[in-house]
Ligand binder design. Sequence first.
Ligand code: NAY
Length: 294
Amino acid sequence: REDLKGLYSALLVPYNEDGSVNEEGLRKIIRHVIDKMELDGLYVGGSTGENFLLDKETKKQIFDIAKDETGDAVKLIAQVGSPNVYEAIELGQYATELGYDAISAVTPFYYKFSFKEVKQYYKDITDAVDNDLIVYSIPVLTGVEIGLDDFGELFELDRVVGVKFTAADFFLLERLRKKFPEHLIFSGFDEMLLPAVVNKVDGAIGSTYNANGPRSKQIFELAKEGKIEEALEIQNVTNDFISAVLENGLYPTLKYILQQETGSEERFYARKPMAQSTDAQLERAQEIYEKYIK
Ligand code: NAY
């Protein structure tokens, strides 16, 4: 568990205009995250990779590429969750055979599953996959809220080692940390990294770390050392960047910046039904890039 701590890129995936994976671009992003951002790991198959728009074979293809390009250079976590638990199991086994350090699974969504059903889902996955699992909780996108006691029940399952906590509920985060000192907690909102580290999370996983890695690492390290004022100054600049990115569109802006940073000629497209970037978005993305990243 110790080994999994740190800052992770929620890996962004570039697509071609026809919706297929832009493999060359993806490899360049991975190199960028490892070599230039110097993050501790990659979270593959998350929201930022537009994972929930993909078929199973494409998810496997992305796991393959990420492992092939990374080797053992940094930690790899495969997000395999889906309301289709059979697929989640197959993908979990697949990523584990490839050598992924852990798997993660989003809470099952769309139908209003009871907590009992949610717990059974995690039990089915961990019974069938020989790897550690991190629960992916992201109520803003799934509508699924998990309370303190329910987390306790999930953490009792063998091999459920932690949670990726993508929520702004700091009361719950503080309670979780206090009650489960042995479990891993990863913060999922980049704009709240500092208060999350103050609450002693073990790491963080985020989309903007793909582009804003150095500042994020500074916040993470300074806050761990208790240098809150210094960390806050960097969080302030970071949040100027994140506000601008969110206002212009999260994925279009990050895609544009990463296309520039990796020197890729081919545009990094979105996967339908996500819309492609407009010219106005691309222009604004260039301004944001020049102001905060370049
Ligand atoms: C993932 O699976 O891609 C994530 O880790 C998601 C984390 C992101 N959350 C959302 C809702 O997109 O990085 C954050 C987020 O993009 C960032 O904090 C900006 O709000």
